[in-house]
Design a protein around this ligand. Structure first.
Ligand code: PMP
Length: 652
């Protein structure tokens, strides 16, 4: 079929814009369209008067009016896939009919981000197949040009492009869409839910030929998931694992939200690294400006390094005022162990069952969860494992602190029996891999006293718990009323920029200065310090520790209410935004199977959480600290629906 040109301008060489999820790296809010930025992005590619094209089948996050969302929470579902082709041209450019037809509907819609003026033509092929073409974002005068049923000839001027004031508030353009279905213009969706794309691409095929362009000329690439999975399988190790039965292709983050390649919006209730929120503009800006200026190492004096170390140590108890900056929790724990060994001249180390401290040679040896798990090489003779506190649904008994501390005392006795003294006790202040455990009050006080009396140092791995996650207590050890000798920090410090820290006393740091230089090439780089300072600034400016406290209380109350009606929820525990929900089967036994089921069902509801614990049956909820009350309610609603399912109720 040949078509009359819709525009006088040639479209063959028109630039094709990328308005996809992955195509925009500006720090914009994907829930609230930054129109000025969108106009600028389009204008940059379209010299005045010349055409540009927007792609068919493209996933976009620019549709932010309530009508594009399935519910009030952004992760409730949203339409993102563009079902037409855009032709960007100046307002009032005439639009011609590409083929004969009759006016099926004509309207002027007033909504922001709607069609504005919109015309639908009905066509019929020689053999009687009926189809429709839609022209959106027109000047409102289109309603005076036509009456429903009027015939239109190929080449007729059928409308003018609308300006921003009458086209739904968009940069001037035509939205051209084909329809193999019957619908009135304003009710004709121009954008589809990614989960319905397979249906919509049949109902609204690629309209490129109607613009005189070859099919596929302005079509967005297909989703990458399968291709990426194949590439992963070819060039990455097998134990570099992916979450979920159907892995996610994540292209964007914003606050507590993640967006996949198709624009599906997920609530991130689980990733603790983006401590102050995904893609925080303040952190992004601080890091990129620093990198643009210089990103060098600790062998030079730089005010940003001193400022960061001072800011960080000022948040820790007096005495903990020397900081080594590193790049990860693993590197931090490795270094902490070296410090303890240098300061004590000893090697024996007491750790907790089911603990995790990192993936390096030494930190795997410190991680019971790793060396005693699949593929583990077993326990080294200098490592001593104490029983970790494991909560009961009935809560802590007053004797629990001394009961569990006794296990550390026994390990100290084992070391003494060999005629040695301990170097240190290393523990996650709140066991995380061990099942999101809040230890019994008084536990660490008893443990630290025993370790110190035996000549050892106390190392707090605060990689999971530090910097406000627990609410108004900045650190886990604070809740236990103890001060460690060495604190290890990682994940949250740089909001995703690799930054860890080992903070200790001047005396211990001096013992470590044995003549061998301490140098970590990337540790404490200028950009890492910029990230760290920005995180501290945002934490304070946005009151995120208080938010963790209030949202945490609200979420825990909601989860406990759910527990009261759900036999398969064995325990709900946590503090701030460090929360665990322990799942059992109908016999009350820990159930990994049911926990996995909940995680997969939540993914289906666009919520991301993980599992942990010795039986992998504890749902771990530890979102970015900007997680809101609405986010918590969205999660609670989904969990309520999942647990009300009969199979989950009965634990079958
Ligand atoms: N300690 C704890 C408690 C952790 O949770 C982790 C990471 N999950 C680490 C140490 C290791 O940190 P990294 O992955 O940054 O090396």
């Amino acid at each position: 079929t040949t078509f009359a040109p819709i525009f006088d301008a040639s479209l063959h060489d028109a630039p094709i814009l990328d308005l996809s999820v992955a195509g925009n790296d500006a720090p914009d809010d994907p829930i609230l369209l930054d129109k000025a930025q969108l106009f600028q992005r389009i204008e940059e590619r379209t010299p005045y008067g010349e055409a540009a094209l927007g792609r068919y089948g493209e996933p976009r996050l620019i549709y932010t009016d309530a009508g594009f969302f399935a519910g009030t929470h952004p992760a409730s579902g949203r339409r993102t896939i563009h079902l037409g082709i855009d032709v960007f041209l100046p307002a009032l450019t005439p639009v011609h009919a590409p083929l004969p037809g009759r006016v099926y509907s004509v309207a002027a819609t007033p909504e922001d981000l709607g069609y504005g003026g919109v015309l639908v033509l009905r066509h019929e092929t020689d053999c009687g197949v009926v189809f429709f073409s839609l022209y959106g974002h027109l000047a409102h005068e289109v309603t005076t040009r036509h009456r429903v049923g009027d015939p239109v000839q190929a080449g007729d001027v059928i409308a003018l492009l609308g300006g921003e004031a009458e086209n739904g508030g968009w940069p001037p353009h035509l939205h051209l869409q084909l329809g193999l279905f019957e619908a009135d213009g304003p009710d004709w969706p121009g954008v589809a839910d990614p989960d319905q794309w397979a249906v919509w691409r049949e109902r609204s095929p690629d309209p490129a030929p109607m613009l005189g362009l070859p099919p596929g000329h302005a079509r967005a690439p297909e989703a990458q998931r399968h291709a990426l999975a194949r590439r992963r399988a070819t060039s990455s190790p097998r134990n570099l694992t992916l979450s979920y039965d159907v892995p996610l292709v994540i292209e964007k983050g914003w606050k507590s939200l993640l967006f996949d390649e198709c624009g599906r919006t997920f609530l991130d209730a689980y990733n603790n690294v983006p401590h102050v929120g995904h893609a925080h503009p303040r952190v992004t800006d601080a890091v990129s400006r620093q990198i643009a200026r210089v990103n060098t190492n600790t062998r030079y004096l730089q005010s940003i390094h001193e400022s960061y170390v001072e800011a960080l140590t000022s948040r820790l108890p007096d005495g903990l005022d020397v900081a080594f900056l590193v790049t990860s929790g693993s590197e931090g724990n490795d270094l902490a162990l070296r410090l303890a060994q240098a300061a004590t001249g000893a090697r024996d180390t007491i750790i907790l069952e089911n603990g995790y401290h990192g993936h390096t040679c030494t930190t795997v040896d410190l991680s019971h969860y790793k060396f005693d798990g699949p593929g583990g090489a077993g326990q080294r003779n200098w490592v001593h494992v104490a029983t970790a506190p494991m909560p009961e649904p009935t809560g802590w008994h007053p004797d629990h602190a001394s009961h569990y501390a006794q296990s550390v005392t026994e390990r100290l006795e084992d070391i003494a029996a060999c005629g040695r003294k301990p170097a240190c006790f290393v523990a996650e202040t709140f066991p995380s891999v061990g099942g999101q455990v809040v230890p019994p009050p008084g536990y660490l006080k008893a443990v630290y006293a025993g370790v110190r009396a035996a000549g050892g140092l106390c190392i707090a791995d605060e990689v999971q718990t530090g910097l406000g996650r627990l609410g108004v207590c900045a650190w886990g050890f604070e809740t236990q009323d103890v001060t460690p000798d060495i604190v290890v920090l990682g994940k949250p410090l740089g909001n995703g920029y690799p930054l860890g820290a080992v903070v200790t006393t001047r005396a211990i740091a001096d013992e470590f200065a044995t003549g061998m230089e301490f140098f970590s090439t990337f540790g404490g780089s200028s950009a890492a310090c910029a990230a760290g300072l920005a995180v501290l600034h945002v934490l304070d400016a946005e009151g995120l520790a208080l938010n963790a406290e209030t949202v945490g209380v609200h979420l825990l109350a909601g989860l406990r209410h759910l527990q009261s009606t759900t036999p398969t929820i064995r325990d709900v525990r946590g503090m701030g935004l460090f929360i665990g929900v322990e799942i059992a089967d109908r016999n009350g036994a820990p159930s990994r199977h049911h926990a996995r089921h909940v995680v997969e069902r939540l993914r289906g509801r666009h919520i991301l959480i993980g599992t942990d614990g010795p039986h992998d049956n504890v749902l771990k909820i530890r979102p970015p600290l900007c997680f809101s009350k609405d986010d918590a309610d969205f999660l609670l609603d989904a969990l309520t629906e999942i647990f009300n399912d009969r199979l989950m109720q009965e634990g079958r």
